[in-house]
Design a protein around this ligand. Structure first.
Ligand SMILES: Cc1ncc(COP(=O)(O)O)c(C=O)c1O
Length: 412
């Protein structure tokens, strides 16, 4: 039997978006889910949409052979924002799922090994391989997913520690036990570990920064590549261009995947960035009809340019502090609110139960705010992730709406 969807559909023609606002059936909402966490620069940003209109008037499609020079130009633009050791790219994807599959192909071909380690509570996409390496049963239950080399290890979730440890004294056991899994649970041929710097769908789980250096050291010792899945954390979301050159820089990933926010206004585009020696794929080994299409590349290019020319990362630094401080204040006012977590504008808090979160999302909608919960894990997380162009005044409006919604929830 099918389950119900959460969102009530509206007549298609009734919708419109502008900046951080989404208008549905005549109602105005602040979209604190940034679409599906992909509308990073807000809806219908003219600097991006005008370039898209101009491209549509030229062509909507060109074969990826013909768009190769544009991909190279965009990579040169991106270089200023990349960790120094990342020197190659593959821009032929439209979704995070296939970008992660591309990373798996690269890791397997480059190392000649098979296994891919991932984390409990992770989400790497919905294609067969990406579902197979994601750390939750509910998306897998009905299928036989043929991913023999997938190996999952406990996530760095200090609030619900798998090993029942405390962060100050645990010695990063969740990272260190990787060696046992490699020794006793793998095929002995581990190609890579894939990790989201913040486990987004898992409940915005934010590892302590030491986790990243311990993991890097273990992977170096065992010749395991690190793939940073930055589908949610990339393109400014955590305040640096990638988490891998910001709060998670000690991870020093060999491969970075991106999607979602890279299209700025919601245009699908995804890609893979890697060390030069991992540039091992032939064009026919990972490509699709619409990969590297001109509309996606234009959206990607304009997004990078906008982030740079409009100091979007500085805006994230200012607004994220206001928002996080405001969430901490709410946690002090409402006993139900706890575990304020996240970095940059990838923030969240917990409520006591998953049921409470469902009700809170409905109430917030009545107060003009779109927020999302987390179906993964414990299901009791509310994510607060407005577009990166949010202003200080908007943040105050968001906090006011959250406060009124919490008051209503408390009163029920
Ligand atoms: C961290 C992460 N990786 C990969 C994906 C898959 O991306 P897509 O839905 O574009 O295939 C998602 C989607 O939610 C994600 O959050």
């Amino acid at each position: 039997m099918k389950s119900n969807t959460q969102i009530t559909p509206v007549p298609f023609e009734s919708h419109r978006g502008s900046g951080i606002h989404l208008f549905l059936n005549g109602n105005r909402y602040i979209d604190c889910a940034s679409g599906t966490f992909n509308v990073s620069l807000g809806y219908a940003l003219p600097e991006v949409t005008e370039a898209l209109h101009a491209q549509l008037d030229r062509t909507a499609h060109l074969s990826s052979d013909l768009t190769r020079p544009k991909s190279q130009e965009i990579f040169e633009l991106l270089r200023d924002f990349l960790p120094d050791h990342i020197e190659s790219y593959w821009f032929r994807d439209l979704t995070g799922s296939t970008a992660n599959e591309c990373a798996v192909r690269i890791a397997q071909k480059a190392t000649g090994k098979t296994d891919i380690v991932s984390l409990f509570l992770s989400h790497h996409g919905q294609s067969i391989t990406a579902t197979g390496m994601s750390g939750n049963a509910f998306r897998q239950r009905s299928f036989t997913l043929p991913f023999a080399g997938s190996l999952k290890i406990p996530a760095p979730d200090c609030v619900n520690c798998f090993y029942r440890q405390l962060p100050d004294t645990c010695g990063m056991l969740c990272a260190r036990r990787l060696e046992d899994f490699v020794e006793f649970a793998s095929s002995g041929r581990v190609a890579a570990i894939v990790i989201e710097p913040i486990l987004g769908n898992g409940g915005n789980i934010t590892p302590p920064v030491e986790y990243f250096s311990v993991l890097r050291e273990i992977c170096d010792r065992h010749g395991i590549l690190i793939i940073a899945d930055e589908v949610q954390t990339g393109f400014g979301r955590t305040g640096s261009f990638f988490a891998s050159n910001g709060f998670a820089k000690d991870l020093k990933p060999d491969i970075i995947t991106f999607a979602k926010g890279a299209g700025g206004v919601g245009i699908p585009v995804a890609g893979v960035l890697m060390r030069r020696e991992l540039d091992v794929l032939e064009p026919w080994e990972h490509s699709t009809t619409s990969g590297a299409n001109p509309l996606s590349l234009v959206a990607l290019e304009e997004t990078v340019k906008y982030i740079r020319s409009h100091n979007v990362l500085d805006n994230v630094a200012i607004t994220s502090k206001l928002l996080k401080d405001g969430l901490i204040d709410l946690a002090m006012s409402f006993p139900q609110v706890g575990n304020v977590k996240g970095v940059g504008l990838m923030l969240a808090f917990d409520l006591p139960s998953a049921l409470g979160v469902s009700r809170f999302i409905e109430i917030a909608r009545e107060h003009g705010l779109i927020v999302r919960g987390s179906r993964y894990g414990f299901g009791n997380t509310v994510k607060v992730r407005p577009p990166l162009t949010v202003s200080e005044t908007d943040v105050q409006d968001i906090l006011d709406a959250l406060r009124s919604s919490l008051e209503q929830l408390e009163g029920e």
